[in-house]
Structure formats: C-alpha cells, structure tokens
Design a protein around this ligand. Sequence first.
Ligand code: AMP
Ligand code: MG
Length: 273
Amino acid sequence: MTDWKLFDSELLVAPGAKSNLAGRPTVRDDLLADKDAAKDALDECSKEIDVLQDRLYAEQKRSLLVVLQGIDTSGKDGTVRGVFNRCGPLGVKVTPFGRPSELELSHDYLWRVHDAVPRKGVIGVFNRSHYEDVLVAKVRALAPPEVIEQRYEQINAFEKHLTENGVTILKFMLHISKDEQRERLQARLDDPAKHWKFNPGDLEDRELWDDFQAAYEIALDRCSTPHAPWRVVPADKKWQRNAFIAAIVRGTLEVMNPTYPAKSWKAEDYKVV
Ligand code: AMP
Ligand code: MG
C-alpha cells in the first residue's frame, strides 16, 4: 500500500499558510520514482476505490466531492479516466464546468455548482469548478475586482456548508510546468486523434500563463481551509499525478469508512423458491 499520508502531507496546502505555488515542483521523483510500481499502486488504489464506493453507495449517508482544477492540458480528463475507471458508473458522477450558459449567468455563480454536488452515496468529480469564478473570471476580468474579492470567502462558506452537510471535499490543483504545457498543446496539433481537444483559445490562455498562475496562487492561499484544504499535485508525469491522486482519494475514503447498512432481518429466515 502506498504511503498516502506522506503524499498527502507533501502535497497539502496547509490552511492559513502561503501556498507558494511558484516554488512547488511539477515532478516529484523523490516521492515516487518507479513508474511500474506507481502504475501497480494506481491499479490497486482504483480497485479499492471501487470497493469503498460500493460501501458509500450502500450506506447512503454521505458523499465525496473531488474537485479537479488546472490549466489547459494539466490532465483533468486523464485523471478522471485513470483514477475512477474501475468504479461502477452508478456511483460516480462527473461534471465538467465550461463557460456558463445564459441561464447559468442569470443566477449567482454557485447555483450550477450546488446543483451538481453529489447526492448521498455518490462520488462527484468536478472537471473545473466554482474556482473558475476566481481564476478565469479574474484573469479575463469577467466580473469587477470587488465582486471577485468577495468570492473567496463565499466559496469558503459554501464549502463549509457542504462539509457540515455530509460532503467530504478533496480539491486537487494539477500543477504542470509551462514547458510541459507546450509539449502537450503541440501534441494536440500533431496527432489527428487529439485535434478535437485543441482549442485556439488555449493559446490565448497560454499567453496569460503568469496571470493564471498568480490567480491560482491567490485561490490556494485563500481557500485552503481546514474543512476543504487544497492539494497541489505535481502533474508533469501523468503516472505520478494519477498515483498521488488515487492514493489520497483511497485514503480519504478509508478514513470515511462507509459501512453497509445494518439489516433488520436474518438471511436464514428467508428462502427463495
Ligand atoms: P475545457 O475544460 O477545455 O472544456 O474548457 C472549458 C472552458 O470554460 C475553459 O476555457 C474555462 O476557463 C471556461 N470556464 C469554465 N468555467 C467558467 C466560468 N465560470 N466563467 C467563464 N469561463 C469558464
Ligand atoms: Mg481546453
């Protein structure tokens, strides 16, 4: 079993402390060097996540929300595929957040997010999230600065509300280097099977790299709370990224320790004819 507690403490943004995003590595060979071993560990963790998810579903009392944030090509989709591919589709709900629709814009920014929060028994995965409203919204000035300024505390209060109502929240920022992003964007241009993933807007966002990193840093500083702390995941190596996240998801579910409901009947009292 991988040492998820060690991973967790290394990747955690301690609540109240500076995240120091710029100083955080995008590769952690010191923590996880052996690719084959990491893949085996991922395999074991994702199988175990499925077992725990089955218990969570049977218990019907709590849910787990996994928030994936990261710039284009950071591996949000790949994480969903790599970490949750063993889970039965019944108990996992993935929600991607793109540009808000007209209807969504006619509500407050948390409206669509609250609606997507997993119900009891379910693992919800957010591919992007309400954090876009303090990330792209800040960088592209989609709302006035004073409105964005208020959102950090609103987000903290919203997440506290969720955790007090049975939702455990895990927030992962997938941290890649600018060089790695270049390679991945180029791969999307070079490989016809990846063309669908390419969006010219990604290049515009890349030009704003420093602004996005700065916005992430502020969000990590201000929204890593005791009830919903952030983890910054070194994501230049996909196998490290998946292994770290799977280990932490599994460890968190083990701590939650969902249990099959007690039954009020005895199997031996019944006979199927
Ligand atoms: P992708 O994840 O590549 O499908 O792209 C989704 C796009 O939607 C990204 O460019 C995000 O920045 C954008 N997006 C997501 N949430 C919001 C939001 N709340 N406001 C504006 N743009 C958003
Ligand atoms: Mg994209």
